[in-house]
Ligand binder design. Structure first.
Ligand code: PEP
Length: 264
């Protein structure tokens, strides 16, 4: 049975002094231990959020990590620096691919650094609108996955704690979401690629999240899809009521999975 995961990506929002109280308020509003809950604040707020979330069952994630382990990389933050402050890490977000020119190979090295430091990675993949309209969405996503994961598998096998977030670029921050059925089809394609790259159990154990303008109103469309295991939430993750609604809906899916597993 795959877990149901809701991860909030705060992006470059909020000040460190605001982050702890916000994290505490969000955690209190989503008391659903059957759902794996993660908040990913900016680096400078990790310590405050880590302290605020102690004892809540909500995990802390970083939004990025440097591809190298240490050295002359001004402004960089290594995986070893994050360990102790975070247990999860987003890698390959489309905003970093766009703004920092991150390549699949570089993202693969970030996955390696996560593995060394014991950070659980959320690998983001997703196509541009033009690629979807050209019928290239699955090929694009499969190439992104293969490009990053080849680096990791060559250095020690498929990462068994990997989580993939399918985030169509045209849906991020736009208010426009994919359809549940399309996201589900992409999750299937992601698992096929993962299996070809050595994922255990033919990729059937790989959690795949949907991301792109998810709100409490739209979350149900994705969480109703058996192939989708949760959401990576951007803008709405800064709002207590939105996170409360999204996680409450995720808890329904988690409970249904538990019951189905118990009946099997
Ligand atoms: C994201 O940042 O991963 C994201 C999906 O953002 P939003 O929910 O704001 O579209």
């Amino acid at each position: 049975m795959r877990p149901v995961i809701i991860a909030g990506n705060w992006k470059m929002n909020g000040l460190p002094a605001e982050a702890g109280p916000l994290a505490a308020a969000i955690a209190a509003a989503m008391p659903h231990p059957d759902v794996v809950r993660v908040l990913c604040p900016p680096f400078v707020s990790l310590a405050a959020v880590d302290a605020a979330l102690a004892g809540t069952g909500v995990a802390v994630g970083a939004q990025d990590v440097h591809a190298e382990g240490a050295g002359a990389y001004t402004g960089g933050v290594s995986a070893a620096m994050l360990a102790g402050l975070a247990t999860w890490c987003i890698v390959g977000h489309s905003e970093r691919r766009r703004d920092q020119g991150e390549t699949d190979e570089l993202i693969g090295h970030k996955l390696l650094r996560c593995r060394e430091a014991g950070l659980r990675p959320i690998l983001c993949v997703g196509e541009q609108l033009a690629e979807r309209e050209a019928g290239q969405a699955e090929a694009t996503v499969q190439a992104q996955l293969a490009g990053a994961l080849r680096v990791v598998t060559a250095a020690g096998g498929f990462p068994d704690d990997l989580v993939v977030a399918y985030e169509p670029v045209w849906a991020i921050g736009t208010g426009r979401t994919a359809r549940g059925a399309d996201a589900s089809a992409m999750a299937d394609a992601i698992r096929v690629t993962a299996a070809a790259l050595g994922a255990p159990a033919d990729g059937s154990r790989l959690p795949v999240l949907y991301g792109g303008s998810v709100t409490s109103a739209s979350a149900g469309e994705f969480l109703a899809e058996p192939a989708i295991d949760g959401a990576l939430v951007g803008g709405a993750s800064l709002k207590v009521d939105e996170m409360a609604g999204i996680v409450a809906r995720a808890a329904v899916t988690a409970q249904a999975r538990l019951e189905a597993a118990g009946a099997a």
